[in-house]
Ligand binder design. Structure first.
Ligand SMILES: Nc1ncnc2c1ncn2[C@@H]1O[C@H](COP(=O)(O)OP(=O)(O)OC[C@H]2O[C@@H]([n+]3cccc(C(=O)O)c3)[C@H](O)[C@@H]2O)[C@@H](O)[C@H]1O
Ligand SMILES: Nc1ncnc2c1ncn2[C@@H]1O[C@H](COP(=O)(O)OP(=O)(O)OP(=O)(O)O)[C@@H](O)[C@H]1O
Length: 332
């Protein structure tokens, strides 16, 4: 199979529908430039992730990686990488009013990868939390608009994180972070929710490198072929919520980055012309979705914002102490 056919297959784009001409041209160009890398390069990338993960554990004397197993490809790949790098991996399925198929896939992935598995149903805790908060806001428990669904969904992610951090402490371990580059760009995670301590796949594209590595490292096919969902009851799936496929998303973000390199003075107004959609209306539609979402979520990529402070030189002093005395070699 050619690299392009592999990308269309693993990204599930071939099931979703044919790419329009602008996206087709972008994909060809990114294959040519290596931005959508050949398999040999991906093997080298994976070896480097494994080396770094092994070094991080050794240099920090960490006991285990605790991970939430959703039944999706990101958590399964993350667990597989930690395991292959020599970590003790403790997987947790934590259904909250979950589709049982998702929990079954999470459990199956733990067995296939040879990692420990625990199941804890957090539905009662979720109901109790929502019920408790209705004293602040009566609409929370039964309202069905998008904002309320997102708030309840975020609560699920945060309840899971309470559980994972508790277990990480128990094992002298860390919480594995499962976010990928596409989700990072989309702001598609819950602040103080589904982000942990060590993130091995955060630079990888959901449309290509994530499913490719998952297949390569032995994640069950059912999992890397599964339709991505946030599992939070917010929408029918990631792509339904984003309004574009992950391949379209990734191609647009890469094209925007390239356009800014070519012309650093680009503005949101001049961007469509610079991208050169011609008569491809789908290009315009996807740009609207992608730039709308980037614009609504930029602050999530900045992290906690420290306002300019009269004593801000102290930050540097503290960083100097850490760098000189405590930070492991891997991070220097
Ligand atoms: N300008 C600003 N500067 C600094 N902080 C700002 C801010 N505006 C809002 N905020 C803060 O950000 C909060 C909103 O962010 P947040 O609480 O994260 O919530 P939000 O981004 O609104 O929602 C989470 C999104 O991530 C998706 N998700 C969640 C979990 C897993 C996955 C997945 O598929 O893997 C996807 C979910 O479907 C939803 O679309 C606000 O409540 C406020 O506290
Ligand atoms: N039911 C669940 N049980 C355990 N952990 C979960 C569950 N749902 C979500 N998580 C945790 O939150 C993270 C983000 O959730 P998400 O549903 O996006 O799963 P995913 O692994 O990213 O896969 P995908 O996006 O392909 O469905 C997961 O990687 C996982 O660590």
């Amino acid at each position: 199979m050619s690299l392009k056919s592999e990308i269309l297959d693993l990204s599930r784009q071939s099931n979703i529908g044919a790419l329009t001409p602008w996206f087709e041209t972008q994909l060809n160009a990114h294959i040519e430039s290596g931005a959508f890398a050949q398999e040999e390069t991906l093997r080298e990338d994976m070896a480097r992730i494994l080396d770094d993960l092994a070094a991080y554990r050794e240099q920090n004397g960490i006991g285990a990686a605790v991970i939430g197993m959703s039944g999706g490809v990101d958590s399964a790949l993350t667990a597989a990488l930690f395991k292959a790098a020599g970590w003790r991996v403790v997987g947790h399925t934590m259904p909250i009013e979950q589709n049982p198929e998702e929990t079954a896939r999470g459990e199956e992935a733990c067995h296939a990868l040879g990692i420990e598995h625990h199941n804890i149903d957090l539905t009662p805790q979720f109901h109790s939390m929502v019920e408790g908060l209705t004293t602040l806001d009566p609409a929370l428990s039964n309202g069905d608009d998008a904002g309320l669904r997102i708030r309840r969904g975020n609560m699920r992610a945060r309840l899971r994180m309470i559980t994972l951090y508790d277990q990480a402490h128990r094992y002298g371990g860390i919480v594995a972070s499962t976010d990928n580059f596409s989700e990072l760009a989309a702001g598609f995670w819950t602040l103080n929710g589904d982000v942990g301590d060590v993130a091995p796949i955060q630079s990888l594209l959901k449309s290509w490198e994530v499913p490719w590595m998952a297949r390569e490292i032995g994640v069950p096919e059912k999992t890397w072929r599964a339709t991505p969902t946030d599992g939070l009851g917010i929408s029918a799936g990631d792509e339904a919520q984003l309004g574009v496929s992950y391949l379209q998303w990734d191609l647009m973000v890469l094209a925007m980055a390239d356009a800014l390199v070519a012309d650093p003075n680009l503005t949101r107004t001049s961007l469509p012309d610079a991208l050169g959609f011609g008569s491809d209306a789908e290009g315009h539609r996807v740009l609207e979705c992608v730039s709308g979402r980037l614009g609504r979520t930029w602050y999530k990529r900045v992290g906690t914002f420290n306002l300019a402070h009269p004593r801000e030189a102290r930050y540097e002093a503290l960083a100097g102490i850490d760098q000189a005395l405590f930070v492991p070699n891997l991070l220097k």
